[in-house]
Design a protein around this ligand. Sequence first.
Ligand SMILES: C[S@@+](CC[C@H](N)C(=O)[O-])C[C@H]1O[C@@H](n2cnc3c(N)ncnc32)[C@H](O)[C@@H]1O
Length: 338
Amino acid sequence: MRSGEEKFYVDPATLEPLTLEHAVRDGDEIVSGVLVAASGHRFEIANGVPNFVYPFELPQADRDALRETEARVEGYDRYLPLTFSTYGEDEQAVRNAMIDKLVLKPGMIVLETGAGTGRDSELIAQRLGSDGKLYIQDIAPSFLAKNIERMRGAEPQVEPALTNGYYLPFPDNSFDACYHFGGINAFSDIKRGFAEMARVTKPGGKVVVGDEAMPPWLRDTEFARVLINSNPEFAYQIPLDKLPIEARKTRIEWIVGGVFYVIDFLVGEGEPQADLDFPIPGVRGGTHRTRYYGQLEGVTPETKRLAYEARAKTDKSMHQWLDDVVREAAKRDLGKQD
Ligand SMILES: C[S@@+](CC[C@H](N)C(=O)[O-])C[C@H]1O[C@@H](n2cnc3c(N)ncnc32)[C@H](O)[C@@H]1O
């Protein structure tokens, strides 16, 4: 961990700033120490890598996934190309096409979560140049160690950390772009995972996330049954209902033989905006807002029929007629003048 980085990171649970204690340095590097938050949470730095994994006691599902991941580390880089070649796909071309969606420029600050052994990290790094910064994160120590090894000598500054992808140790709006491929299906809180990526990405920045999911329209085919039998991860559903409300211009592409999704979106602020107040032309009238917020108790069918008949004798919309009638009656009963 480079000196000064301790000021960038925050407590992933409370987002409070951290204080570095017991630091052992080697030149510009903080080799070991502990980052302490006012909450009392303590995050150790060992061999230059801070450990922000939170909750400190992970849910059982995450612990199971982590154990299975760690068991695969030795064969991971040897066998992973099969994931692509099975479908006649070129891994580098697929990964570069996903990274294209980040619209990276030299000098950007980028976060990659679930970065694994760094098969995408090195491609992302190539695009950031010497002024860029790449934060590589994973929950599995053995995978992150391989990534650090791969990224040694990379041009942009590379900052590794152990983290849980759904509790990120950064303040809001920290990154120009955020990338994740291949691990989010295993997060025990996928919705929080997406929300965290949106939170730490600057408004207008890109988030790109991909993982396995058999497309819904193929689930009942031999193709799907055979593949899901071998790799149950294909049974995951594309998590569209778990995207953050800040997602804008959201796109989905089915890649790697059509059995992985990649979702990309621009990070917006809050809910989407729309003009809810323009007068809607036509007999019904009103605005989107008056139609939603202006509803009163119901009337009898006979009163409703009379109201429609009376409105038709005027040049008002139904909204305007009702608004006038109800306002007049209310003022009369309240004894109010204009
Ligand atoms: C299939 S590997 C993909 C690695 C890499 N992105 C790639 O494309 O080769 C999934 C990665 O996600 C990581 N992962 C799983 N759950 C995670 C979590 N909750 N937080 C962070 N990383 C996680 C795993 O440790 C593993 O490195």
